[in-house]
Design a protein around this ligand. Sequence first.
Ligand SMILES: *[C@@H]1O[C@H](CO)[C@@H](O)[C@H](O)[C@H]1NC(C)=O
Ligand SMILES: *[C@@H]1O[C@H](CO)[C@@H](O)[C@H](O)[C@H]1NC(C)=O
Ligand SMILES: *[C@@H]1O[C@H](CO)[C@@H](O)[C@H](O)[C@H]1NC(C)=O
Ligand SMILES: [Fe+2]
Length: 483
Amino acid sequence: MQEFARPQSLLLQLALTSFVFLSFVNTGNAGITSTFIRSEWPSVDIPLDNEAFVVPKGYNAPQQVRITQGDYDGKAVIISWVTTDEPGPSKVQYGTSQKGYDLTAEGSTTSYTFYKYKSGYIHHCLIDGLQYDTKYNYKIGQGDSSREFWFQTPPKIHPDASYKFGIIGDLGQTYNSLSTLEHYMQSGGQTVLFVGDLSYADRYEYNDVGLRWDTWGQFVERSTAYQPWIWSAGNHEIEYMPYMGEVLPFKSYLHRYTTPYLASKSSNPLWYAIRRASAHIIVLSSYSPFVKYTPQWVWLYEEFKKVDREETPWLIVLMHVPIYNSNEAHYMEGESMRAEFESWFVHYKVDVVFAGHVHAYERSYRISNIHYNVTSGERYPVPDKSAPVYITVGDGGNQEGLAGRFIDPQPNYSAFREASYGHSTLEIKNRTHAFYHWNRNDDGKKVATDSFILHNQYWGSNMRRRKLKKHYLRSVVDPITNY
Ligand SMILES: *[C@@H]1O[C@H](CO)[C@@H](O)[C@H](O)[C@H]1NC(C)=O
Ligand SMILES: *[C@@H]1O[C@H](CO)[C@@H](O)[C@H](O)[C@H]1NC(C)=O
Ligand SMILES: *[C@@H]1O[C@H](CO)[C@@H](O)[C@H](O)[C@H]1NC(C)=O
Ligand SMILES: [Fe+2]
């Protein structure tokens, strides 16, 4: 397998080199379709009795521990976990390293049924009023079965606060998923921006749907117990299954995963916004109404007005279905949201839009198609300095496998595309610069494949507002392009 992979990555190196060359000589519009083919694990879920899903020992021990941001600005977290023997307390004991567990918070418990499956007792506990940039330890559960974890709060909201986000999508619970998760943890990201499709439990029937939500919760605990995952929902969260009497969309997801939606005045946990370090992050729901006058549309209209690039220079949008996708899988599915929101993204100079859904990696140039309307005939996406970069990272590694067929020839809006599993990181340095990497899972190693320096759309382009001297970076991180 290794011998097989080497010449392929050489080929890629060559392709990358020629791209750098091309972008020097002309328009920079020659996109790359990477020919790399990795030898993947079979796309099957890890068996139930595998150690990846092992539940902690002890009576009523907390399992599936996860945290997410609990407020608008990062001074709160919501800690969630499941107990199975009895409800038990929803109490969290916490404190900074110096002071031990001197603080407590009380949460609440919920549960649900899905077909004949009865969920465990799902606890959600908000702890707020935290200090910025501080390590907290926390303890949940009772007696011998109690468990201890920790997390680090983000720095105070500040335009130059540096922070490293990871971006993962369509993860599932296969050996490829495990590889993606382990590689992400090696990348040292501080918070995950998750672009939807979590467990793929809906690929099962009857009671196994609930069971596979539980295994997934246990599978990701190694990361989710220690750092926030910012959730957005995909089609696999809908679980509309009338044949087994389940017709309430997002039932499992909404019981298990909470979001701080009220903090951004949203009326629904499926769309919301948070601010963290120097970033303003907007989470959209591809599978909730978003046409004009619907709650999501009205909310986004108001939320964009609240963005203050002087405080949070980085404006990031998450959604499940990509707006720019040149894969045969899910081609054009993002068109309706593009028609509704693309002009806002350009108007507000969104830095980057992350999506999942398509099980491959793809990155666009800064382009827009906002002059198209049904009579104008302006049908091509054109280069647009105010537009976001669109990145699809639906390549977490779920049981449906890779989407290997790209539309040929590569459309001129597409900068780089490759059908491999992996994850991305966005390392914000200050108000003007962020380093972006897409890290392919390369048979046990993490290989940074597509990387570039993202220049901030607000501070990087408006000379009058920007008091700082302009820096041109000659980077050592193997940059491909500058934006
Ligand atoms: C549609 O495009 C045409 C041609 O560019 C333009 O004149 C017209 O104003 C557009 N209509 C709308 C509703 O944007
Ligand atoms: C793509 O090609 C079309 C047709 O030649 C052109 O009008 C458009 O500006 C190009 N778009 C980009 C992003 O280069
Ligand atoms: C921002 O970060 C980049 C990359 O590390 C650096 O080159 C640049 O000098 C920084 N700008 C300021 C104003 O610190
Ligand atoms: Fe999806």
